[in-house]
Design a binder for this molecule. Structure first.
Ligand code: CP
Ligand code: NVA
Length: 281
């Protein structure tokens, strides 16, 4: 049975831990030797595309990156026909899509594992890197509190799911109408980690001005960080908009783990692919 990875909740706690362990292995086999990996992007990407391409190469494979417009999902041919075609050449298909339903259709039709590289609903590969970063930093994750400040979005959902599997609590603070509400200070107080993401996600650009107004009290700055535990770390999936969801002082400050977190996208992807490809045989 092939395994897909569309949501963090596709994994048990043991499986998530196994992926994190695989991510940290100093050496690895080459299960993708002489095989392809199709990476399909309907939206822009820096970290996800590059970390995934390199992870595929580290496992012996050849990544083929496709732009949404060149394959024309549901315009040039159906998602199902494309998934069946790509399954003829590739050992894995990974996709970044606007509509999560499209990813589910690709997965249902593909005969090889399908990985979610971000949808409107979730960003599970990011969450793998997030919890890997926290696990590397803290001795134990059980009972740790992560404060998420800003827009309740794809990154938040996957972070909550991964944190729950590992015994962590995520306290979310958003403006009214953009999630559960709540003041940023209440969420951050004594937290072990403070996490934020852009206020305007890809595909929401028309709302950017309204969102800047609505989120004005949700910037992670040094005053907010001072309310967290003295040992707290700062996380951001990137790309960051300095001066909006986070100040330069916090992003570049001593508590920030964002560059380690970005690097971990590659290690986490390698761990995930090792897990899925074993599971596929
Ligand atoms: N964090 C993340 O997914 O970055 P990209 O959009 O650049 O891939
Ligand atoms: N929430 C952001 C994450 C980018 C990695 C977006 O969807 O644009």
């Amino acid at each position: 049975m092939k395994r897909d990875f569309l949501e963090v909740t596709d994994l048990s706690t043991e499986e998530l831990t196994a992926i994190l362990d695989l991510a940290e292995r100093p050496s690895w086999p080459r299960p993708l030797e002489n095989k392809g990996a199709a990476l399909l992007f309907e939206k822009p990407s820096a970290r996800t595309r590059n970390s995934t391409e390199v992870a595929v190469i580290q496992l012996g494979g050849h990544p083929v990156t496709l732009r949404g417009e060149e394959v024309g999902i549901d315009t040039r041919e159906t998602a199902e026909d494309l998934a069946r075609t790509l399954s003829c050449y590739h050992a894995v298909i990974a996709a970044r899509v606007f509509d999560h339903g499209r990813l589910q259709r690709l997965a249902a039709a593909a005969s090889v594992p399908v990985v979610n590289l971000l949808s409107d609903g979730s960003h599970p590969c990011q969450a793998l890197a997030d919890v890997l970063t926290l696990r590397q930093h803290f001795d134990s994750l059980d009972g740790r509190v992560v404060a998420y400040v800003g827009d309740y979005n794809n990154v938040t959902r996957s972070l909550e799911q991964a944190a729950a599997l590992l015994g962590m609590e995520v306290r979310v603070a958003t403006p009214e109408g953009y999630g559960p509400g709540g003041a940023a200070a209440d969420a951050v107080k004594d937290a072990d980690a403070v996490y934020t993401d852009v206020w305007t996600s890809m595909g929401q650009e028309a709302e950017a001005a309204a969102r800047r107004q609505a989120f004005a009290d949700y910037t992670v700055d040094e005053d907010l960080m001072a309310l967290a535990s003295p040992d707290a770390v700062f996380l951001h999936c990137l790309p960051a908009h300095r001066g909006e969801e986070v100040t330069t002082a916090v992003l570049e400050g001593p508590q920030s783990l964002v560059w380690r977190q970005a690097e971990n996208r590659m290690h986490a992807m390698r761990g995930l692919l090792l897990f899925l490809l074993d599971g596929a045989t």
